[in-house]
Design a binder for this molecule. Structure first.
Ligand code: SAM
Length: 289
């Protein structure tokens, strides 16, 4: 694209929030490239990271840094640029800005100042995992990073235990075993998990198993604990009863004594949970899914 037609890809005095690759530099949309070429300035979380992407695609751009510690000042700078008629792009190091990344403060300030903000959608690690999870993600709960301290982490997980939608977590390599152990302890071992590491990169791995098997899988090889992680966990099978009784323990006990269909029917009556959801959970407990 020549400079004039590239300029046509953007409007003056507009902020573009541009998603960038989460590993493989080829994962960038044509529109994102057009916008990055055409804007007057790029506000980047770390200019050293973004310059690699720009070099790969032959884009020379003016840049300045916007990270979590200077986001307010960066927002003022973006607004000054917009006031002067410039088109500005906001990017983070990887994926979609504002999702477990800086960006929200800049966007809020720009909106409040009355300038348009245009999203340029693209890669996001949570969406990538869900798309390959096989979980019903017509609803899902993105939980970001779990707390680093075990007690706080377990408290947060206890609050999430009744959620029926799949849960998605980002995790650091040095905490992945501890977090997965807590997921299993607090949510129960029967749920499915997808441990996704190094998505779109050379050593990409997506491992599907039950929560009860996940720590052993990670510990079987130190290599499996390296890199960047997303954990997607199946939601609770049935809503808890109004009196707080969870369906899963009831179902487990009944399954030890009764045929599957009967155990499902009885646990639905006892807990008020949905038969369909309990049936799926029962198959999971029996290891038949
Ligand atoms: N804004 C990004 C997005 O849209 O996904 C997320 C940025 S957040 C600071 C970084 C975390 O996202 C990593 O610690 C990891 O949990 C997850 N992540 C990012 N890229 C990843 C990848 N290629 N493979 C697995 N997880 C990744």
């Amino acid at each position: 694209m020549d400079t004039d037609s590239a300029k046509a890809a953007v409007d003056k005095a507009t902020l573009y929030v541009v998603a960038t690759p989460i590993g493989n530099l080829g994962d960038i949309t044509l529109r994102a490239l057009d916008v990055l070429k055409a804007v007057d300035v790029i506000a980047a979380e770390d200019t050293r990271v973004t310059v690699r992407l720009l070099n790969r695609h032959g884009i020379a751009a003016r840049m300045f840094a916007v990270h979590e510690h200077n986001e307010r000042r960066a927002a003022e700078r973006v607004i000054d640029l917009l006031a002067g008629g410039s088109a500005v792009a906001l990017v983070s190091d990887a994926g979609t800005p504002g999702i477990a990344d800086p960006g929200a403060e800049v966007v809020a300030a720009v909106r409040a100042a009355g300038y348009p903000v245009v999203p340029i959608p693209g890669p996001n690690a949570a969406a990538a995992v869900l798309s390959a999870s096989g979980f019903d993600a017509s609803r899902f709960l993105f939980c970001g990073f779990l707390p680093a301290r075990a007690a706080e982490r377990r408290r947060v997980l206890a609050e999430l235990a009744a959620q029926t939608a799949p849960l998605v977590f980002y995790e650091a390599p040095h905490r992945v075993v501890a977090s997965v152990a807590d997921l299993c302890d607090v949510l129960g071992g029967a749920r499915g998990i997808v441990i996704a590491r190094e998505l779109t990169k050379i050593h990409e791995t997506l491992h599907h198993c039950r929560l009860s098997e996940a720590v052993a899988w990670l510990e079987a090889d130190d290599y499996r604990q390296r890199g960047e992680f997303v954990l997607a966990v199946q939601g609770a099978a049935a809503a808890p009863r109004k009196d707080g009784t969870d369906a899963e323990p009831v179902l487990k006990i009944l399954l030890e004594e009764l045929p599957l269909k009967q155990a499902v029917a009885l646990s639905a009556k006892l807990t008020g949970g949905s038969r369909n959801a309990l049936y799926k959970l029962a198959l999971g407990i029996k290891g038949e899914t």
